[in-house]
Design a protein around this ligand. Sequence first.
Ligand code: NAD
Length: 435
Amino acid sequence: MKSLEIKQKILRKEAVIAIIGLGYVGLPLAVEFAQKGFRVIGIDTNEQKIKKIKQGISYVLDISSATLKPLLKKGLLKCYSDYRLEKIDITIIAVPTPLSKSREPDISFILKAVREISRYIKKGGLVILESTTYPSTTRGIILPLLEKSGLKGDKDFLLAFSPERVDPGNKKYKTKNIPKIVGGVNKESTKIAELLYKQIITKVVPVSSSEVAEMTKIWENTFRAVNIGLANEMARICNKLAIDVWEVIAAAKTKPFGFLPFYPGPGIGGHCLPVDPLYLSYKAKLEGIETRFIRLADEINLAMPVYTIERVKEILKKRKKTLRGSKISILGITYKKDIADIRESPAIEIIKILAKKKAQVSYSDPFIKEIKLGNKILVSRSLDKKFLSQQDCLIIVSGHSLDYNFVVRNSSCILDTRNVLSGVKGIDREKVERL
Ligand SMILES: NC(=O)c1ccc[n+]([C@@H]2O[C@H](COP(=O)([O-])OP(=O)(O)OC[C@H]3O[C@@H](n4cnc5c(N)ncnc54)[C@H](O)[C@@H]3O)[C@@H](O)[C@H]2O)c1
């Protein structure tokens, strides 16, 4: 296929780029391209999000409203809740890839987006999938769907997979300086997709196929999920042996090679770690391979909220109290520190179990004002002296950046699942336990 035209358009910043899905991945990407002078059309089916962007309000932590406003004003970023792709040269898909109720891949969001794109795709266009998915999705599922347009993938358009590695809330690594993997369904697709990302990203890493790119992403996240599973198992062993697991990890990581620190916690959350490895399991199963590491890590990680409650139960027992009727508050309910994202957060499971056990459960989180659980609404409590002193146990779940000296001083009993209290001097070990 002759891709001279799109190449020139990219180099001259004349290519019009559509970003489908303006969430944690799509919005930062749209902003990066618009800041470089590309005209970007953002499409998101969530009308509330589009309304907010149009008002210049960002709902993504890493993008400030001040960054959005000039891009909107200059017309470099336009957003819609319906598909308007008539003038588009390049389409990047960043829609969710969750699990179904039976914990299998749900790629319906990708399929819906691709069906829309296939109505607009034109000769010489480039389509890139960024949503995490199992190997072969790009070539095996998206390519034939796009070809329903009547165009042929080997001569009429370009198609690539480029996994997103963004780490929301990370102050050092952002879209711009996280190396980007690119793998096309053919050489030309890889080459043009590489050229495109080079306009906004410091380092682009081309690989030989879309399958290699898909597998790379899923391996990275499986690596983390499995290692966290191992750390969680170690934490349980250490607890039984009365060994401080955090001290062990700190000591082990002084080895300059062959050890990478991973930390235990109350469970894993977010849109990636609890989900992505199961995409690979699904694909492997179709090929007759059982993914034992993934299954085991999933089992161990999923059991951590229950284990956390068991620990609280033991702590309360020492104080001659039971879960039933005790005032228990969760400090931090997001899936990781300093972000406002509760997707798959273990805190939600912990709250549900505590409520079932008839504890008087509450939470405090500066990032989440309220949550809806069933038909009940829980509102974040302010961390004042009175509130803290009234709790029978405080469980630190997310480890946000807070004044922990104040928290420790005014609480009588804390379970710290993130080791955030290690920096608090003169801590009374009688009132603080760690995972
Ligand atoms: N969040 C992360 O840290 C992260 C990191 C790496 C990779 N990923 C992957 O990137 C993908 C997107 O994740 P995210 O966190 O940005 O999700 P998100 O839920 O924050 O954003 C996705 C957006 O897509 C929109 N959407 C859904 N269906 C649509 C459709 N048919 N057309 C247009 N818009 C549609 C949703 O309304 C939503 O705003 C997922 O595959 C995820 O696994 C996410």
